[in-house]
Design a protein around this ligand. Structure first.
Ligand code: ATP
Ligand code: MG
Length: 442
């Protein structure tokens, strides 16, 4: 079979055998976020290009190299969102959410688009779970967000992650640091890669987290932003650390974390792991106290993070973290003959209306082949209906795991009788939500 095209490079199809894992991850993250008062916002998949240029920053890799930008039919420059914060903040300001109650607490799950070199854990369309909190400058806000993420990771069975923390100061203290850093970089310029030589002119902080070994070695003795923090930033950072201590959250200070987006100020952090190869940053975030004003809004100190859901899933799989078992088909109704087929259809409908997953044959298969189909889909129960069963008005439902058989009436009492049979077999917990059996995480 020769297909005329394939999915574009760097994109992935999520097939049903995997989507249930993503559904579980996303649902759990959103639920945990709600325990902290974060509720979901959905913003457009594309925005005016200017939004990202102004907020993410014109000299960042994201804006310079990675954005999917195009002109629409009216020649407006449009960009597919490369990250979630800019759109969320725009929406807050546009709808005046900050005029209601502070802080504004938002969560989201969104596709993001970046034109990057695809590799394991790095795609051109990927998905982020994100959190944004606007309106609090308290260190407790930083700690609350980090704690949420730490708790969420633990709840998903991920424990081989480390929290790395830094402060990159604010417009008051950063210029002095810039000057000191540039002075230092000038001395080691010869060992820097070509990109970093450019970065010295545009965005010198970014030299600190260049992945080139030569650059990493060259900046080993660079001055540290932490030594240049103004009093306000220093006090804030001390406050964050005190909060994390009380919450029992371990972290390491890493003075080379600067994050790739221009809007960050003060606290920046990452959750990293060694378990999934080179793309080990699962989650990155920080404060962006100046972004609202940059976008024409009021002063609105804020903090957030974005986590790559595909990377999180890789980490979970590497850690052997539990995923809930899909509930499975409750009853496969095999039918022999036309009349039995009609009855099977009616019974399936009645079961489905009551929240059971019921299946019947749609391929015109023999009863033997129907039973094989039931087996293959892992149906918990099966039942064969033929002329004999129709005449008697009852049929045996078989538990496919134990082989145990129970007689059920083939009339209006059918669904209730099936339910009772499940209760007798101790499977009622599967029936409460009409979806997954959640694994215990404690
Ligand atoms: P990296 O250093 O890996 O490029 P980043 O600093 O560009 O990450 P952020 O912009 O902070 O990442 O995005 C937050 C999270 O989104 C990352 O920690 C990662 O989990 C995920 N992420 C970023 N880019 C990609 C991508 N191209 N494919 C898959 N996940 C990604
Ligand atoms: Mg990147």
């Amino acid at each position: 079979m020769a297909l005329f095209t394939q999915a574009p490079k760097g994109t992935q199809d999520f097939l049903p055998e995997d989507t249930y894992k993503y559904q579980y991850i996303e649902r759990r993250l959103l639920e945990i976020a709600e325990l902290y008062g974060f509720f979901e916002i959905r913003t457009p998949m594309f925005e005016h290009t200017e939004l990202f240029v102004r907020s993410v920053g014109g000299t960042t890799d994201v804006v310079q190299k990675e954005m999917y930008t195009f002109l629409d039919k009216k020649e407006r420059s449009i960009t597919l969102k490369p990250e979630g914060t800019a759109g969320a903040v725009r929406a807050v300001l546009e709808h005046g959410l900050h005029n209601k109650q502070l802080p504004v607490k938002l969560s989201y799950v969104t596709p993001c688009f970046r034109y990057e070199k695809p590799q394991a854990g790095r795609y051109r369309q990927f998905h982020q779970f994100g959190i944004e909190m606007l309106g609090s400058s308290s260190p407790a806000a930083d700690a609350e967000i980090i704690d949420m993420m730490a708790g969420a990771l633990a709840s998903l069975g991920v424990n081989q992650v480390r929290l790395r923390l830094n402060s990159i100061g604010c417009p008051v203290c950063r210029p002095d640091y810039h000057a000191a850093l540039l002075d230092y970089l000038g001395k080691v310029e010869g060992s820097l890669c070509h990109t970093c030589k450019e970065r010295m002119k545009t965005n010198p902080l970014r030299v600190l987290d260049c992945k080139e070994p030569g650059c990493a070695a060259a900046v080993a003795d660079a001055p540290r932003m932490l030594d240049y923090l103004c009093e306000e930033c220093d006090t804030h950072f001390a406050g964050v650390r005190a909060q994390l201590k009380v919450l029992g959250i371990d972290y390491e200070i890493d003075t080379n974390i600067v994050r790739g987006l221009d809007y960050y100020t003060k606290t920046v952090f990452e959750f990293v792991t060694d378990t999934i190869g080179a793309q080990g940053t699962v989650c990155g975030g920080g404060r962006y106290d100046g972004l609202s004003e940059e976008m024409g809004g009021p002063p609105l100190p804020a903090m957030g993070f974005g986590m790559g859901i595909e990377r999180l899933k890789l980490v979970m799989e590497a850690a052997g973290a539990p995923f809930p078992e899909p509930r499975g088909c409750d009853l496969y109704l095999a039918a022999i003959g036309e009349q039995a087929g009609l009855r099977a259809a009616a019974l399936c409908q009645a079961l489905r209306r009551e929240g059971f997953w019921a299946e019947m044959d749609l391929q015109g298969r023999s009863v033997k082949a129907q039973m094989r189909a039931a087996d293959r889909m892992g149906a918990h129960h099966s039942m064969v209906i033929g002329d004999g069963e129709l005449a008697e008005g009852k049929a045996g439902v078989k538990n496919m795991r134990t082989g145990q058989t129970t007689e059920l009436p083939l009339n209006e009492g059918f669904v209730d009788a099936f339910y009772e049979c499940l209760i007798n077999e101790g499977r009622q917990q599967a029936l409460q939500s009409g979806d997954f059996i959640w694994p215990s995480t404690t």
